[in-house]
Every structure is written in C-alpha cells, then in structure tokens.
Design a protein around this ligand. Structure first.
Ligand SMILES: Cc1cc2nc3c(=O)[nH]c(=O)nc-3n(C[C@H](O)[C@H](O)[C@H](O)COP(=O)(O)OP(=O)(O)OC[C@H]3O[C@@H](n4cnc5c(N)ncnc54)[C@H](O)[C@@H]3O)c2cc1C
Length: 327
C-alpha cells in the first residue's frame, strides 16, 4: 500500500527504517502477522533496486525466502552453483566442495540485488498491512516507554508517526543506530573491494571460485547468462588503480588472474569500489528499537556472509514479533 492511500491515523506497530533487502525481508516475513508496518526508505525505490551488486546466497537464505513466499519469483533468475573451488595465490592445488558433500542439488545461489529486491517490493506491495514511504527521511525519533514517535519528511511534507517498535535496517552507516548510545567496535581493513559483473565467452559454469592472494581474496560467483559477479579485494591504493584503469588493460589483468579459464571477458557494469570494515554493535536492541542487517553488524565480504546474516536477522526478529503479538 502506498502512503498516500492511508486513511487512518499514523499509528503503526513497526516502523522499519531502510527498505533494501534486509528491511524488506522483515516486512515480507510479517505479511500475515496482523501487525501494521511502515517501511521508511531514504531513496526512491527504483534507485534502491538499481544497485548493480550480486550476492552469494546460502541455502538457508533460499529456505527463508521460500518460507516467506517470495522465492518462486527469485529462484528462476539466480545463479546456482554445485561446486566451490578454493585456491591460494599461484598454487596449482585447490580445495573442492561438491553438492554431494551436502546431499543437496546446489551448494548455494548467486542473486542480483535488483532481482531479490524487486521481488520483495512486488510481494510487499500486495500486503494490506505493509505501507511504503519513500523517498523519506527520519528527522527525529523520541523513544518513550509505550511507543516511539517519529518525525518524517518526505517530498516537502512533514509527518508525525507513532510506532511500538522502530527497526533500524538502514545499513552500515545507520543513522538510527547513531542517534542512540549503542556503541560499536571493529576496524577498517587495509583493503577495499572492487566489485563488478562480467560476461564471459566460456560456457556457463556452476562453480564459485575464491582465490586467496597476498594482496587479498578474489571471488568469482556464477550468474545466469554466461555472467559472473567478481569481487576483487586489494590494498586501498591498488584498488583505486584497478578502478581507474582503462577497461582493456583491466580485462587483460583479470584474464591473467583467472588463468584465461573464462575465455574472452566483457565488463557488463561499471566497477564499484567498497571500503571493507568489520563492525559489531555492543547490543542489537534498546527500548522500542531493534537493529538488523548491516546496521547491527558488517563483515569482510570474503565469506559472502553479510546479507545472509541480515536475512537471518529479519527471519528471527519476525518470529519473535509474531510470537509476542500472538500472546
Ligand atoms: C563488495 C561486497 C560484496 C558482498 N558480497 C556479499 C555476498 O556475496 N553475500 C552476502 O551475504 N553479503 C555480501 N556483502 C554484504 C552485503 O552487501 C550487505 O551485508 C547487505 O547489503 C546489507 O543489507 P542491508 O539491507 O542491511 O543494508 P543496505 O543494503 O546498506 O541497505 C540499507 C538501506 O537503508 C536505506 N537508508 C540508509 N539510511 C537511511 C535513513 N536514514 N532513512 C531511511 N533509509 C535509509 C538505504 O538507502 C538502503 O536502501 C557484500 C558486501 C560488499 C561490500
């Protein structure tokens, strides 16, 4: 439901701040809960969905999204890998994991941000208990014993909402977290990641590769249509050079790094640079507040865990809220 269609008073059970995959998963998981939910997203939804990132998704994330009822829209469009190949620097030796090790059809999936989030947007748009407000900014929150009061600005208008719980799903730099006394600990790594998608000449593969170089790991995740998501980790200065390098030279360097296994390569979208950090909050909840996803914790992308942890946060919190509501 869009915010303009709201006829009733602006009282909600849950105000989710941040409408990317983790925030939208929480809302979707509460579809039949009887709880009134508003998702407040800073950017226009088309822009949030347009991020050119793809993620390694665990089998558990697939099961959670299936349980919610949104996986059927995602599954046909994700990469599915049956093998994982790990190696070290120039060494010819590899450690191989096979789907038979788990007795499952796949070891994991690779999902594009756009595919997952568009499916979640479509799903939540059809839920009468879920309202989206975007683009919108939270100006102020007052946490009280019985509820939180939020002042929101959106497209030149100001709204005052009440919610029994505010959920911060607003990413690593969470403004919601920063307005509380919740402390964080962690560090910036000495590396950045350059992430991009390539199209390759070699036939589609169903193997996820990760090679650990002294300068940092490189992960190659298979996507449908002879494409791969590549995450190339390097010391900051080297990562900046990779970002600025002429495309032809960059692809030649990548071909050398991948041993030419993927044939001729083509960049499908621009390279994006991410600084990498580890961050853990000293607590995830406070009076009338819960933090989930990167707002609560961030990790190095080396293991492809960040989003998977966030999806799990959303599923667990949805379970707790549903149980409390049913009491
Ligand atoms: C290079 C790289 C590769 C990665 N690969 C993987 C992988 O393979 N697998 C994996 O599981 N994880 C991976 N991750 C981690 C993953 O990207 C994050 O863990 C995940 O995107 C976090 O999702 P989120 O919804 O919590 O936050 P975000 O995706 O950051 O979304 C936050 C949302 O909140 C909105 N917002 C921000 N501030 C406000 C505000 N004040 N008010 C309202 N809205 C606001 C933003 O616009 C955004 O839409 C990778 C990360 C990097 C950097």
């Amino acid at each position: 439901m869009s915010f303009d269609q709201q006829k009733t008073a602006l009282n909600y059970d849950i105000a989710i701040v941040g409408g990317a995959i983790v925030g939208a998963t929480l809302a979707a998981a509460l579809k039949n809960s009887g709880l009134r939910i508003i998702i407040i997203e800073a950017k226009p939804l088309e822009l949030v969905a347009a991020r050119t990132q793809a993620y390694a998704l665990s089998l558990l994330s697939g099961e959670i999204l299936e349980g919610i009822g949104v996986w059927q829209d995602i599954f046909p469009h994700v990469g599915k890998y049956r093998h994982i190949s790990l190696s070290d620097g120039e060494s010819p030796l590899t450690v191989e994991f096979e789907q038979n090790d788990l007795s499952r059809d796949f070891l994991g999936y690779v999902g594009e941000h756009r595919v997952i989030l568009t499916a979640l947007h479509k799903f939540t748009a059809n839920c009468s208990n879920i309202t989206w407000l975007s683009p919108a900014k939270v100006e102020k929150i007052i946490y009280q014993d019985e509820q939180a009061s939020l002042k929101i600005s959106s497209q030149g208008k100001t709204y005052c909402l009440n919610a029994k719980l505010v959920v911060g799903a607003d990413g690593a730099k969470s403004a919601i977290r920063q307005t509380t006394a919740i402390k964080t600990r962690g560090w910036q790594y000495w590396q950045s990641c350059v992430a991009f998608t390539i199209k390759h000449e070699a036939a589609s593969n169903d193997t996820a590769f990760e090679r650990f170089w002294h300068s940092g790991p490189m992960g190659i995740l298979p996507l449908p249509g002879n494409r791969c998501q590549v995450v190339w980790t390097a010391p900051h200065a080297e990562a900046q050079k990779l970002l600025a390098m002429a495309e032809e030279k960059f692809l030649a360097k990548l071909t050398k790094r991948t041993g030419g296994k993927l044939g001729r390569l083509q960049l499908v979208n621009p390279r994006v640079l991410f600084p990498v950090r580890l961050m853990q909050c000293d607590r995830y909840i406070k009076l009338r507040l819960a933090l989930i996803g990167d707002a609560a914790h961030c990790c190095h992308p080396v293991g492809g865990q960040g989003l998977n942890l966030g999806i799990r946060d959303a599923a667990v919190l949805a379970g707790v809220l549903q149980e409390a509501h049913n009491r």
